[in-house]
Design a protein around this ligand. Structure first.
Ligand code: HEC
Length: 181
């Protein structure tokens, strides 16, 4: 019986050894796989970041070169487009926006000293669906708002500015020509 015990013990021993050796790789595999799976992102991500960074840098450089190359003609096209849209000349607007006090209440890219905080920034104005939250953003409505915001909305904090219709058209042209944000 001790023999059968030994055999019985031997069989389980082998069985233990076999599954043991069988288990060792199978247990090792998931661990390795897990190790690879866990290590890979950590190892890959700086590379991915570097590759992506290089790509982004390339796009930025390419974009810059293109922008410089096409800058003059694009600016001309944009000026013609906003002039057709509003009947104004955006080149006259910065000085007018200083004269009519817009610059004191608004941040307006390209207008010296226009860092006002009373009203919203006018950067990316072309993207806004509404003017002062009450008017659809169209060229006609913008010209009207720039002159007579308080007449349009008696509760707005923006006063009627006294801008002439010509100045308001120039200003509208300028605001539509600002880069979208
Ligand atoms: C006394 C401060 C003040 C002055 C001066 C002023 N604004 Fe405003 N403006 C505001 C305020 C406040 C608002 C927000 C109005 C609202 O939502 O009712 C506003 C809103 C606007 C808007 C709409 C912005 C949006 O995103 O809805 C435009 C465009 C605008 N102003 C342009 C001008 C121009 C151009 C001038 C000069 C001709 C000017 N403002 C002068 C205070 C001012």
């Amino acid at each position: 019986m001790p023999g059968s015990d030994e055999r019985a013990g031997g069989v389980p021993e082998r069985a233990r050894t076999d599954p043991g050796t069988a288990l060792a790789p199978s247990a090792g595999a998931p661990i390795e796989a897990r190790a690879i799976g866990g290590a890979a992102p950590a190892r890959r991500s700086p590379l991915v970041r570097r590759v992506l960074g290089g790509f982004v840098a390339l796009v930025v450089v390419a974009g810059g070169v293109t922008a410089v190359a096409e800058g003059a003609s694009r600016a001309g096209q944009r000026r013609a487009f906003v002039a057709a849209l509003t009947g104004g000349d955006p080149a006259r607007a910065p000085e007018e926006m200083i004269r009519y006090g817009c610059a004191g209440c608004h941040r307006i890219p390209g207008v010296p000293g226009a860092r006002g905080r009373v009203g919203p920034s006018l950067a990316g104005f072309v993207n806004r669906p509404f003017i002062g939250g009450v008017l659809e953003n169209t060229p006609e409505n913008l010209v009207a708002w720039v002159r007579e915001s308080r007449t349009i909305d008696s509760r707005t904090a923006m006063p009627n500015t006294g801008a002439t219709i010509e100045a308001a058209r120039d200003i509208a042209a300028y605001l539509y020509a600002l880069r979208p944000d």
